[in-house]
Every structure is written in C-alpha cells, then in structure tokens.
Design a protein around this ligand. Structure first.
Ligand code: PMP
Length: 356
C-alpha cells in the first residue's frame, strides 16, 4: 500500500500466476505448459529474424501472422486479432466488448483471471455456479426470466476442470444472446474439444479466443489471438491502439507464423500429450483418485481420503509441482499438467508412496 496509489490500484486483487521456481530437477506440472518443445521450424524462423532488423519496429497490424491464422480457420485476416498472449487479448475483450452497464456472466469455477479483469476495468459480474458434476448449465446463460447480462465469457474446455461443453450447447448460448458478446476462451480446445470458430460466419456476437501457449508449445513467446466478426475485431483494435501498437515483437511474429504453418508438428506433439493424458488418468484412477473427464492438457483430480493441500505439499517435497486452488468446492482437487510420459510416471510413483 502506498499513498501514491490511486483508489483503483489500492483495491485491485491481481491474478497470481503459477509458480516458476528456479529449482533444479523439478517436475513442473503446475502451469499447463507443453512437455515438448516447439516445432524446429519455429526456432529456425526466430533465428532467421535475429539480426539487424530488430532495430526496426515490427508490423503493428501483424498482417502476415493474421493471414496465416485466418487460413487455418477458413476466415479472413479482418476476422483475426493477435495479442501478447491470450491474457492480453482477453483483457482487451473485457475492456472493449464486455464492459457495459449490466453485470457479465461467467462460471463460479473458471479461469481466475476473469474477475481480475473485472476489477481492473470496473465491470460488475455474476459468477454462475457449475452443476454438481462441475458442468456448465446452458440454461443459466439464457436470458429468459433473468436480468439482462452485459456479456458472457467461459472457457471451453473449462479450466481448471478440463471439462468440454458440446458445440451445440455453446451455440445455444450464443444464439440465445444476440444483443451481447459471448466470448469462448478456447485456450485448451485443441486437446479434445470442438472449436466454435465455425460459428463465426453466423453469429456477429461471438468472439473465440485462442492461445499459442498450450498446444503450440509457445508459452514463452507470448502469442494469443481472437477470431470473430470484423466489427468485434475492430473494437479490439481500437483498445489495442490506445494502449500498445506493437504488442508482438518481430521474433514472436516470425515464430508464431512458423508454428501455425507447421500443422504436422502441431498435431503430432498434441496427440502425444493426449495419449499421455489418457494413460495418466487411468493410472490415477487405479490409485483411487477421482479424475474429471479432461479435454485439456491437464487433469483435475481429487483423492477421497486426502486433502488437496496435503497432497500438493507432499508432492512438492518430492520435487513435483502441481497446482492447488484453495477455494471452496475445489479445495481438495489438484490440477496436474500432462508432462512427458517419464514425468507422469514419476508423479504416479510419488502418489503411490504418499497414499501408502
Ligand atoms: N485462458 C485460460 C483458460 C488459461 O488457462 C490461460 C493460461 N493461464 C490463458 C487463457 C492465458 O494464456 P496465455 O496468456 O499464455 O495465452
């Protein structure tokens, strides 16, 4: 606290990112990074740009990258916005498209950055409880008989549960709310859910947000993007160009573009994670864990006989880092990122020891 802070800064409750410790030989399964490196073509593209051209500003419109992304989704560049990680893209979406008079809606158990943006941009919100199986109830997001919402945002698959919502249910939310923007945060969609990008042509109120941090293995490069009607994209551009015209540097633009164009590598690396996830799920279930069905690159699991906090610290004592959230209904769950098969095996061995 400082007397130099304004009243808004004094009352902010900032997001707390997962730990990035500098401990040797740590098995780091706490921030949903990809266990394998990015495509060699990404590294080559970044190396090729590491030269005197770094004295020049990058393309503020990121046109080539937006064209590459558009090509992947059968869209045009005018339907694509890129930003410095999807966190920045989401921040701009809150600011440009979700900030209206009425409270916005998102699930009570979801990405914990959403209420933080609401604090920063002074947006009222209502956290809508997931059902007893940690699933989103579509009817809770339909306007019938309810006060008008200022906007809707939810991840698909949801985080930290990993549970995917079928596309037709997502379409009901979008179609049922034509006067407000519905943001579908698809950070983990490539690991097993269906993207809503194909609905963009029919719904001008839909914004789909993706990250290159997860399935593209580029968390360190900070690239995210949004897909939607050109009017929504222009709204994001207006905020971006009132804040930072060059959110993506030359190396990020080159690396991200190479990643998008190397779909073969992307699919191979992604499929390896999905296989490991299914194997880890079965292993944890054999140890008595209840594991929610995951369509993401992590599993969300609890053991009926052990507290989440105790398990997380016992794993930490064995140099294995997983994510534990201290709040409410999920305080006994652990969110475990899918590592390499060797890392997953070490996790299972450690759990077996701890549960003995
Ligand atoms: N959305 C969700 C649901 C996430 O879990 C994350 C990762 N913490 C993000 C968005 C942001 O990812 P990034 O900023 O790395 O693109």
């Amino acid at each position: 606290m400082s007397r130099y802070w304004n009243s808004l800064v004094s009352k902010l409750e900032p997001y707390v990112p997962g730990e990035q410790p500098r401990v040797q030989n740590l098995i780091k399964l706490n921030t949903n990074e990809h266990p394998y490196g990015p495509s060699p073509k990404v590294l080559a593209a970044i190396a090729a740009q590491t030269n005197d051209s770094l004295r020049l500003y990058p393309d503020p419109t990121a046109l080539e990258l937006r064209e590459a992304i558009a090509g992947r989704f059968g869209l045009t560049a005018a339907q694509v916005f890129v930003g410095n990680g999807s966190d920045e893209v989401l921040g701009h979406a809150f600011h440009a498209l979700l900030k209206h008079d009425a409270p916005i809606l998102f699930p009570d158990i979801t990405y914990s950055f959403y209420p933080v943006y609401c604090g920063l941009y002074e947006i009222a919100y209502k956290a809508v409880p997931l059902d007893e199986n940690f699933k989103i109830r579509v009817q809770d997001y339909l306007p019938e008989g309810q006060a008008r919402a200022g906007g809707i945002i939810f991840p698909n698959p949801n985080a930290p549960t990993g549970i995917a919502q079928p596309l037709e249910q997502i379409e009901r939310v979008i179609a049922g709310n034509p006067d407000i923007v519905v943001v579908v945060d698809e950070a983990y969609v490539d690991f097993g859910a269906q993207t809503a990008a194909g609905l963009i042509a029919r719904y001008p109120n839909l914004l789909v947000v993706h990250t290159m941090s997860k399935a593209y293995s580029l968390a360190g490069l900070r690239v995210g993007f949004a897909l939607g009607h050109p009017d929504l994209i222009q709204g994001l551009d207006r905020v971006k160009n009132s804040f930072n015209s060059y959110p993506l540097d030359r190396l990020a633009l080159a690396g991200a573009q190479a990643a998008v164009l190397d779909q073969t590598y992307f699919e191979q690396a992604r499929d390896a994670v999905v296989r490991s996830r299914d194997a880890l799920t079965a292993d944890l279930q054999r140890l008595g864990f209840e594991v929610l069905p995951s369509a993401a690159n992590f599993v969300f699991a609890r053991h009926p006989a052990h507290s989440g906090e105790a398990l997380a610290s016992a794993l930490r004592a064995r140099n294995i880092l997983v994510r534990h959230f201290k709040h409410g209904r999920i305080s006994n769950h652990l969110r475990i990122t899918i590592g390499t098969d060797a890392q997953c095996n070490q996790l299972v061995i450690a759990c077996r020891e701890i549960l003995k």
